[in-house]
Design a protein around this ligand. Structure first.
Ligand code: BG6
Length: 520
């Protein structure tokens, strides 16, 4: 802080929205041999332990089919941690302390004997809280959710009414179904043996600091929230671009495509936070009620006219960072004539009082020129008098950009006079960067999410109706695209900002995409 600011004290307000209680528990990970466990879950738990945020005592048990001992699994996890840890180098002594609480339980997830063995392992812990407070993390494909919960319930490890004060919670990963019908069926399966409040559905975008900041930014600043309406805002662009291709995930991606992989969850979640009404309280249900209400206000896509407002695209070979990369159809496990979309752009309308008539443009794609996620709120142009009368569309309209990643920050773009004797106006930027203000601090989304699940706070997790409403939005788009082969206007070269059809989508309303820049 500059000395002149000393009267302008920085006031910090700590919110009491979290339950704040981490009770001793066992964290059981089903699908322990998978990538998610070694790349995300264990590194996240390790960092929580380093920060003293994990309960004391705690046990972590991995369940999977392969033959391993506690020690061999720990050694494997240590290697993975060294490769994926956000803090380097990994301290072997601290890892040893953490790993002493990590155990492995071998077994087929369809076999009741596995759950008996798991029960025996849990019973061997002396503290009853380690036996009965269970975070049951299903890091497995959704087709296994039903079977696992069934078995857990039969073994007495998952109870709808656990004896007080104990708790059992299920954490599930996306993809949560592949359409509305399958999501409903999955929900029914999970809720046969658990209450809704015991089910924590992950969308890792909600664990990102900057995504959480959207609500703070909107509802703790009077100056912006005043402007957050159709009266001031011309349109909103939400971009989640990725430089990477599908890599080794071709098999999964052939079933999912960008619409199911990114739009149904991450993009619609960001949209909900950007556009929802203020919640009545900073509580999970109040916030989730508002998000659902917003998603319900999205004007349904008409499958017959879907191409007018929903564009898909697929990359072909091109150059990314000066290197030639293959097209989607040449990626491993991808059909050579695949029509699966690696890019989606939507024009979406929200039929409510605040947003009526304001287009929201959403786009996401793989093999775009850079990896960046941002929300650009574009304000209306000034009236066509004074400067605008002379400059016309060359007079830039104001914009607020919320940069979600990387170079997290918020910038405000407005016009200023270029110094000098001539009268020139050009956009200038006021910029806030997280790292400049708060120092480099980028916890992984999974750290926050795991902690919240241990605390039992569902705010950052998706409620049943949220997931189902999101499918209701995207299902008609998929139906409208049908099996029609992609056209030339839908292909894009890797390393470009998507297909021509996506440009047309905005041009029809007199708009143009504003692409993220490397240095936000
Ligand atoms: C995942 C998708 O949910 O999100 C991936 O399955 C995508 O395809 C990833 O790459 C993007 O997440 P992040 O945190 O890297 O923006």
């Amino acid at each position: 802080m500059a000395t002149g600011d000393s009267l302008d004290e920085l006031m910090v307000c700590r919110l009491q929205s979290r339950s704040g209680t981490v009770t001793p528990c066992s964290i059981v990970i089903f699908g322990a041999s998978g990538d998610l466990t070694s790349r995300k879950l264990i590194p996240a738990l390790y960092h929580l332990a380093l920060d003293g945020l994990l309960p004391e005592p705690v046990r972590i048990i991995g369940v999977a089919r392969r033959e391993k001992t506690d020690d061999s699994w720990r050694a494997e996890l240590f290697e993975a941690l060294k490769a994926h840890s956000r803090t380097q180098p990994v301290d072997a002594a601290r890892w040893e302390r953490f790993a002493a609480n990590v155990h492995y339980c071998r077994g087929d997830l369809t076999d009741p004997a596995t759950y008996r063995r798991l029960g025996e392992r849990l019973a061997s812990f002396e503290d009853p809280r380690l036996q009965k407070n269970l975070l049951l993390y299903l890091a497995v494909p959704p087709s296994q959710f039903g079977g696992i919960t069934e078995q857990l319930a039969a073994a007495g490890l998952l109870q709808r009414e656990p004896e007080e004060p104990h708790w059992q919670r299920l954490v599930v990963e996306k993809p949560f179904g592949h359409d509305l019908a399958s999501a409903r069926a999955l929900n029914d399966e999970l809720l046969r043996h658990a209450h809704e409040h015991q089910v924590f559905r992950i969308d890792h975008y909600l664990g990102k600091e900057t995504v959480q900041n959207i609500l703070m930014f909107r509802f703790s600043n009077a100056i912006f929230e005043e402007l957050w309406t159709r009266q001031s805002i011309d349109h909103v662009q939400i971009t989640v671009s990725e430089k990477q291709g599908v890599g080794s995930r071709g098999g999964y991606y052939e079933e999912a495509g960008a619409l199911r992989d990114m739009v149904q969850n991450h993009l619609l979640q960001v949209l909900a936070l950007v556009a929802m009404e203020p919640p009545v309280a900073l509580e999970a249900e109040a916030i989730r009620d508002e998000k659902v209400k917003l998603l319900r206000s999205v004007r349904p896509f008409d499958p017959v006219r879907v191409r007018e407002c929903a564009v898909r695209g697929q990359y072909f070979a091109g150059q990314v960072d000066g290197e030639t990369v293959p097209g989607y159809r040449q990626e491993p496990k991808v059909r050579p004539d695949s029509n699966v979309e690696t890019f989606v752009a939507l024009r979406l309308l929200i039929d409510n009082w605040r947003w009526s008539g304001v287009p929201f443009y959403l786009r996401t794609g793989k093999r775009l020129p850079l990896s960046a996620s941002e929300v650009r709120v574009q304000f209306r142009p000034t009236p066509h008098v004074l400067f605008a009368a002379q400059c016309g569309t060359r007079l830039d309209a104001n914009a607020i950009t919320l940069r979600l990643q990387p170079q997290e920050g918020i910038s405000l773009r407005f016009n200023g006079k270029v110094p000098g004797v001539s009268t020139e106006v050009r956009p200038v930027r006021m910029h806030f960067r997280y790292d400049t203000e708060f120092g480099a601090y980028t916890p992984e989304a999974y750290e926050r999410l795991l902690l919240e699940a241990i605390e039992g706070d569902p705010t950052l997790f998706l409620r049943r109706d949220e997931v189902e409403t999101a499918w209701q939005i995207v299902d008609p788009i998929r139906a409208g695209w049908g099996d029609a082969p992609l056209t030339n206007r839908e292909f894009y070269a890797a390393g470009t900002w998507g297909p021509v059809a996506a440009e047309d989508l905005l041009a029809r309303s007199g708009h143009a995409w504003r692409n993220p820049t490397p240095n936000a």
